[in-house]
Design a protein around this ligand. Sequence first.
Ligand code: AMP
Length: 114
Amino acid sequence: MAETIFSKIIRREVPAKIVYEDELSLAFHDVSPQAPVHVLVIPKKPIVSLDAATEEDLQLLGHLQWVICQVARNLNIHETGYRVVTNCGADGGQSVYHIHYHLLGGRTLAWPPG
Ligand code: AMP
């Protein structure tokens, strides 16, 4: 897949406010936050989107959801609640083609999305 800004963040070539890291994943604040807490959780493996994930990635996808919960807890939004979003492809509004989960919280979020 084509190189993205997220690969550069993983390699520390582009700065980011990192809130969590392990051997498989990284979480950092979104540069353009849409809520008081807006963190992106990504795998270090460069998967293009949810649609590009394969059966081989099942455990990794589960791990990312576990990481999201840890980050929500660390940032103290686990009791008030939060939303987890992955935009997939053009109609989904994806702009960076390295799979990522938006973790949004710290305010009441409207539904449905636009
Ligand atoms: P999406 O539109 O779902 O692909 O989300 C991509 C997200 O990446 C957007 O919310 C951007 O604000 C965010 N983003 C882009 N570049 C950076 C960066 N250098 N550091 C942190 N977040 C970024």
